[in-house]
Design a protein around this ligand. Structure first.
Ligand code: G3P
Length: 225
């Protein structure tokens, strides 16, 4: 399962990439707006940092299919043809997903709240489908079960689309999906850091260091003992 950073803050992305085995970055218009900067200026910095191998997902903002195609052309021209173009699964979006996929563009179908949006986006040729876990929960639905169902729908219908689950508020939501083996999750830095934050682990490591110093001396590690 791929682990992706859902953020456009280049410093946060650098920090996360230094410590965590991440596979790329997703953005959306709201995330970009939080930087307060010009969109392509920010996105080019992220692309330069990621290189060509790691995934970068960038969302179209036009409302109609024709405009989405133009947005996709600009996104790929500025950020490279390997860039995943995120398209919301509206009626116009579905049309754009099919046309872009036919042209060989890697599409991430996004803004998914229902299983049927995901099914149709997969059939239209999307590489990834992004259901919004926390937002589905907030509507009284079951975000995690929706993700599991979408994963199963693709497998049972031979649709080669992978789930890229999004909208997380806690690390347990991610843990549940790791257990299920979905394609990818994208989460904000704080949620990814929550995957490993544990005061008991910190205490155990401090105990080991203190005990070792009893035989090796204060501040001494295995390198100097
Ligand atoms: O990138 C889309 C998704 O992650 C939205 O998350 O936190 O705004 O529900 P959120």
């Amino acid at each position: 399962m791929k682990l992706i950073i859902d953020d456009a803050d280049i410093e946060a992305i650098r920090r996360m990439a230094a410590y965590y085995p991440v596979d790329g970055v997703t953005t959306n218009p709201t995330i970009l707006s939080r930087t307060g900067r010009k969109p392509y200026e920010v996105l080019k910095e992220i692309r330069d940092f990621l290189g060509d191998e790691q995934e970068l997902h960038v969302q179209v903002t036009a409302a109609d299919a024709e405009g989405m195609l133009k947005d996709a052309d600009r996104i790929r021209k500025e950020l490279g043809p390997q860039t995943f173009v995120k398209v919301p699964v509206t009626r116009e979006g579905l049309k754009a997903i099919r046309l872009l996929s036919e042209r060989g563009v890697s599409v991430t179908a996004t803004c998914i709240y229902t299983r049927m949006q995901a099914f149709l986006a997969g059939k239209a040729g999307a590489v990834y489908a992004a259901p919004y876990v926390n937002r589905i929960d907030n509507l009284g639905g079951d975000g995690l079960q929706t993700v599991r169902d979408i994963h199963d729908i693709y497998r049972k219908n031979d649709i080669p689309c992978r789930v890229l689950a999004a909208s997380f508020k806690n690390s347990n939501q991610i843990q549940e999906l790791v257990k299920y083996g979905i394609g990818a999750v994208t989460a904000p830095p704080a949620v990814i850091e929550g995957l490993i934050g544990n005061a008991l682990v910190d205490m155990a490591v401090a105990d080991f260091a203190r005990d070792f110093e009893k035989i090796a001396g204060s501040g001494i590690t295995m390198a100097e003992a």
